[in-house]
Design a protein around this ligand. Structure first.
Ligand code: DX5
Ligand code: ZN
Length: 217
């Protein structure tokens, strides 16, 4: 059964409480998109939003760090109540660090560690970490903006990752993020995705609860 993780980036920031209560009831995970204007060409939000949401969240919080030097901030997001934190492999490349360092730090904070990759990073680069990391975020758009068109190639990338996991007898979550909706949820789940992030298709829908239900495959 896939887990649906709506991205609050597409929510109504003036009435965020209303959105969170709806997601508590209908979704499985709250997805927070943190952007720094450096790793990605956009800014979003950080600790204040998460700290405000945490007391009313009854489902796990998943923080997607689209930032350079994620190690500087992982402990504070953990303290704010994150259950899942993902950071980009590209951020480790820029810092000249091994992603293993970020994984260990996240684990030391008692949080599930995920590695995210943009569509232009070979999915095989995740293979060395299949044992260490807890989940893998395959971006199906280039990180930085909500509302982009799903890149079809992502289906094959997820299938490749899934088949390498199966070959090695590993079963970990595969998260997909960007342009996800009821129209591609099934094919993504069949390819191996277990966590579906969805922003626009949930919050721009007339009935967000129904949009979430329709993604359950
Ligand atoms: C993009 C973010 C996504 C985004 C998803 O950088 O990581 O989580 O908010 O939004 P949609 O579903 O609109 O593509
Ligand atoms: Zn995201």
């Amino acid at each position: 059964m896939v887990k649906i993780a709506p991205s609050i980036l597409a929510g109504d920031f003036l009435h965020l409480e209303k959105d969170i209560r709806l997601l508590n009831e209908h979704a499985d995970i709250l997805h927070f998109d943190v952007m720094d204007g450096s790793l990605v060409p956009n800014l979003s939000f950080g600790f204040p939003i998460m700290e405000a949401v945490a007391p009313i969240a009854t489902i796990p919080m998943d923080v997607h760090l689209m930032i350079v030097n994620p190690d500087k901030y992982i402990p504070r997001f953990a303290k704010a109540g994150a259950s899942y934190i993902s950071f980009h492999l590209e951020a480790a490349d820029i810092a000249g660090k091994d992603v293993s360092e970020y994984i260990s730090l996240t684990h030391d904070c008692g949080v599930k560690a995920g590695i995210a990759i943009n569509p232009d990073i070979p999915v095989e680069r995740l293979f060395p970490y299949l044992e260490e990391a807890d989940f893998f975020l395959v971006m199906s758009v280039f990180a930085g903006f909500g509302g982009q068109t799903f890149i079809e190639d992502s289906i094959g990338r997820i299938a490749t990752l899934k088949s390498e996991m199966s070959r090695r007898g590993i079963s970990k979550d595969i998260e997909v993020d960007g342009g996800v909706s009821a129209s591609n949820a099934r094919v993504l789940a069949e390819a191996g995705a277990t966590m579906l992030v969805a922003g626009s298709s949930v919050f721009k829908a007339e009935d967000p609860a129904r949009a979430i239900a329709e993604m359950r495959v």
